[in-house]
Design a protein around this ligand. Structure first.
Ligand SMILES: Cc1cc2nc3c(=O)[nH]c(=O)nc-3n(C[C@H](O)[C@H](O)[C@H](O)COP(=O)(O)OP(=O)(O)OC[C@H]3O[C@@H](n4cnc5c(N)ncnc54)[C@H](O)[C@@H]3O)c2cc1C
Length: 486
């Protein structure tokens, strides 16, 4: 084959960009990225809203520390300078029209988080919903409070469960494995960097050759284990075909499609078909959906130092957690305030998950605006709260080249199967491991799935796998010294 293998990376999300840029730094010359949409970034995406640009996809650094390569890259590129570090006050309002005491809200929220944020190693078959409901009840019963306070506490704990569902993206906590995070690497506290995530994509691609990033080319077929002849008369084992008929022959293809796209791919996408064990893993893993509703107001109706506004429904308990669409209004109850106000204006983000996230994709923004305003008025006891002057709702489930938000581990499944998803495919005709089809993406990394750093590191992992395959040294790098130059 010679010393210059042809490598094609499918998808220009963070995993694809990570793989392609790392391959370049490792000395591979012939690297092309093929992306279906008209823009790079994938689930790191932007939209113009009001007076600025906003992140419609990822906006939190889960683990803002030097151990996190994305945090380090953002820092290196000066993208963290105007980030508001303080969380801001959490405001909670009850459906009966009163404000919940901040002291009670904080104490209960913290206790609820203690229950849900444990790693729970080796609890096969158990689910988060049962565990959370059981332990929440135990917690409430252990506190000496009035019956009325008890109801408030249960509502706050329900909110904790719903926030957890948003983090996971799933439909119901009952469908999520209790030991989902048994392999998880905790890199530190979360940092909300709203409006600063998407610029990283352009920074990472700054030195990547423009003519090697091919946009607007949905891939429809990946033929492997073949022998395809190119104009240069060389034979290649892999052929990638785009919707427009263009074909790209190569020695290795790195597939970074979302798990949602892999689940939805027609059987004809891979030829020969993916092996049974790979298809089984794709089927078993969960791919959830989270959507955001951006609401821009003429004037803020919340306090200046507010970081979030939550609406607590009186008849909800941790045992009744559900995102069934008839209940959709009850599941748009958590709003973060975009800060700094000087940059974004008076903007709230409403968060929703599971079937509600899918349901709101079918509604008009005017319908959403009316329902949310009605709830704010009722819960905050203020009939004068205005309607937002602008609304933008994301539609991640309907996005053909994503089909949801991020992967999760369903009850009864061990996250170790993400390793199987990451396993590369080699020729079945000869015994040599020739790594024809490699897999990267957030769903392929069990210790950081669902995160931006997981996506990036999975791309680096596959680039390093190829480098080792060719006997090239892989320089050891600490996250904050990750190569950016090409
Ligand atoms: C609403 C939302 C909020 C999130 N919030 C956070 C957060 O706060 N913090 C965090 O760490 N993570 C968050 N995430 C998750 C994070 O965005 C992802 O884990 C990460 O960006 C995934 O990167 P990826 O490269 O694996 O996949 P993607 O970004 O999905 O990239 C895959 C690429 O493949 C392309 N593609 C798909 N099909 C084809 C095809 N047939 N042909 C060619 N190209 C194709 C897609 O267009 C896409 O560009 C969020 C995600 C969403 C949707």
């Amino acid at each position: 084959m010679g010393s210059s293998p042809k490598i094609v990376v499918l998808g220009a999300g963070l995993a694809g960009i990570g793989a392609a840029t790392k391959l370049k730094t490792l000395g591979f010359k012939d690297v092309t990225i093929i992306e279906a949409s008209g823009e790079a970034g994938g689930r790191i995406a932007k939209a113009c809203f009001g007076k600025t640009w906003i992140d419609t996809g990822a906006q939190f650094i889960h683990g803002a520390s030097e151990a996190n390569p994305v945090y380090c890259l953002l820092k290196q590129h000066g993208l963290l300078t105007d980030v508001v570090i303080e969380d801001g006050t959490e405001l909670m309002f009850h459906s009966k029209g009163h404000r919940v005491s901040a002291d009670l809200a904080n104490r209960v929220y913290e206790a609820g988080e203690e229950i849900v944020r444990q790693q729970h190693r080796g609890s096969p078959g158990k689910n988060m919903g049962d565990y959370f409901a059981e332990n929440s009840l135990g917690l409430v019963n252990s506190w000496r409070v009035s019956d009325e306070e008890k109801m408030d506490i249960l509502s706050i704990l329900t909110l904790v469960g719903k926030s957890l569902l948003i983090d996971i993206g799933a439909q119901a906590l009952n469908s999520v494995a209790l030991d989902s995070w048994q392999y998880y690497t905790n890199m530190g506290d979360d940092l909300n960097i709203e409006g600063n995530m998407f610029p990283l994509i352009a920074k990472l691609l700054e030195d990547f050759p423009k003519d090697c990033l091919l946009l607007d080319r949905p891939v429809v077929k990946i033929s492997w284990d073949g022998s395809f002849c190119d104009h240069d008369k060389r034979l290649y084992p892999v052929s990638v075909e785009c919707e427009n008929g263009e074909k790209f022959l190569c020695d290795h293809v790195v597939v970074t499609f979302s798990l949602g796209c892999l689940k939805a791919a027609p059987v004809t996408m891979f030829d020969p078909q993916l092996p049974d064990d790979k298809r089984e893993v794709i089927e078993k893993l969960g791919f959830g959906c989270v959507n955001k509703i951006f609401l821009l107001y003429e004037k803020a109706f919340w306090e200046r130092d507010a970081g979030s506004i939550s609406l607590l429904w009186e008849d909800e308990t941790p045992a009744s957690l559900s995102t069934d669409s008839p209940q959709w209004q009850k599941n748009i109850q958590f709003f973060t305030v975009m800060r700094p106000r000087e940059k974004f204006g008076n903007v709230l983000i409403g968060w929703c998950t599971g079937s509600v996230a899918q349901h709101i994709e079918t509604m008009t923004e005017a319908e959403l605006s009316a329902a949310i305003t009605c709830n704010f008025r009722r819960f905050m006891g203020n009939p004068c709260i205005p309607c937002p002057k602008m609304v933008l709702r994301t539609q991640w489930h309907s996005k053909a080249f994503v089909r949801g938000s991020y992967s999760y581990i369903p009850a009864g499944v061990d996250g170790v199967i993400m390793d199987q998803l990451a396993d590369p495919l080699s020729s079945r005709k000869n015994s040599s491991e020739d790594l024809q089809v490699l897999f990267a993406g957030e769903a392929t990394i069990k210790n950081l799935y669902g995160t931006v750093q997981g996506a990036l590191l999975s791309g680096y992992r596959e680039a390093e796998r190829l480098s080792q395959h060719y006997g090239r040294p892989v320089p050891s790098s600490t996250p904050c010294s990750s190569p950016t130059a090409i």
